[in-house]
Design a protein around this ligand. Structure first.
Ligand code: SAH
Length: 345
């Protein structure tokens, strides 16, 4: 194994210091930093304004653990799925979703997932490791390039809704967002970024304490503890009362509306009681509800609810002045839709 350090684990100041300590001018650090981040250089040879001797010196000390897009699939509806190979051979997936004049990147935060949601294909891959900030950033940069190539404009939004639980890789996710929003990275507004969580109360509070400016989404799926624990077993340890308290804390600090993601399944949460529980839950903090279409994963335990159940949800939520959107699946034909990311191809 190489003992060389990942150069992108260094901050700009650390990189400048490295150059000074080795007898170079500090501004070389700025140049290299720009190559690594805004220009997405994969190798030291790419850095054409750096002398050959300096590049060799870098090569002797560092590696660039850049991701490689292994395979890219395009769906009939324009959705693009990347299988991304990491420096240690592991693979994660990320997705580009075009909608009207916008493109959204859906990125992974972990290899596999440690949570155990019964309806999600990613949950069947055991968690191998957290992604590093640069590996998350690279997924976004790759999709930004594809957005320019296929849709002629830069990426407009990012959702952390790929593989993994972002709040269980808290520091790296926040570092990646820092980079994505910084002028040296992609200069994107945090308002265009949404982090989705299954609901880890302690970490939601930490987000509020850290005064983050991005949006928060919670995969709720049921506002009744017994039901939620059945389909998302970790709910046993993070019950709804703790989640509510964390969301109140979040809203008090950030004044930022929360989005609830919610799938309605046959015989699971398609009752009047389930709807009323959701209505109550929505009173905790200002919010909106995204009803997501179910994307079947190979077995038959879960089935999308009947259209009548969905329209009951919509009308009762609206009657209670709750904003509700219905989200159609995208990229189903290439297993790129919500909950389908499982490194199948
Ligand atoms: N762990 C985070 C990030 C993953 S986001 C979270 O749970 O929020 C992936 C989204 O897709 C979540 O809202 C998840 O509940 C939803 N999902 C998972 N499996 C699904 C499926 N088969 N069909 C539709 N949505 C699914």
């Amino acid at each position: 194994m190489s003992q060389k350090k990942d150069i992108r684990a260094l901050t700009k100041d650390e990189l400048r210091e490295f150059f000074v300590e080795n007898g170079y001018k500090a501004f070389r650090g700025n140049q290299v930093y720009e190559w690594l981040w805004s220009k997405s250089a994969h190798t030291f040879e790419d850095m054409t304004n750096i002398s050959k001797e300096t590049r060799q010196m870098l090569q002797e000390n560092f590696v660039i653990n850049h991701i490689e897009v292994d395979t890219m699939q395009r769906s009939k509806d324009g959705t693009v799925k990347n299988a991304v190979r990491l420096h240690d051979g592991l693979v994660v997936e990320s997705v580009l979703i075009p909608t009207g004049t916008r493109t959204t990147a859906c990125v992974s935060s972990q290899v596999g997932c440690s949570l155990d949601c019964l309806f999600c294909a990613t949950a069947r891959l055991k968690k191998m490791r957290n992604l590093n900030p640069d590996e998350i950033f690279d997924q976004v940069a790759a999709i930004n390039k594809e957005s320019l190539l296929y849709y002629n404009h830069k990426l407009s939004n990012i959702v952390f809704m790929g593989m993994g639980e972002p709040l269980m890789n808290y520091n790296n996710v926040l570092k990646s967002i820092e980079k994505i929003t910084s002028p040296e990275g992609l200069g994107m507004s945090p308002k265009r970024i949404t982090v989705s969580t299954s609901g880890v109360p302690k970490m939601i509070k930490k987000l509020a304490d850290d005064d983050v400016k991005f949006n928060l989404a919670v995969s709720l799926h049921s506002a009744i503890d017994e039901v939620r624990t059945k389909i998302m077993p970790f709910n046993e340890n993070f019950p709804l009362k703790d989640l509510k308290e964390a969301l109140e804390y979040w809203y008090a600090k950030t004044s930022s509306r929360v989005t609830y993601e919610y799938v309605v399944w046959n015989g699971i949460n398609d009752t009047r009681e389930a709807i009323m529980a959701l209505v109550d839950f929505c009173k905790v903090v200002p919010c909106k509800v995204n009803l997501i279409e179910y994307n079947p994963i190979d077995d038959g335990d879960f089935q999308q609810a009947k259209p009548q159940a969905i329209s009951d949800y919509i009308s009762i939520l609206e009657m209670n002045d709750i904003i509700v959107n219905v989200r159609r699946s995208r990229g189903k034909d290439i297993d790129a839709a919500c909950g389908q990311l499982a490194n199948k191809s």
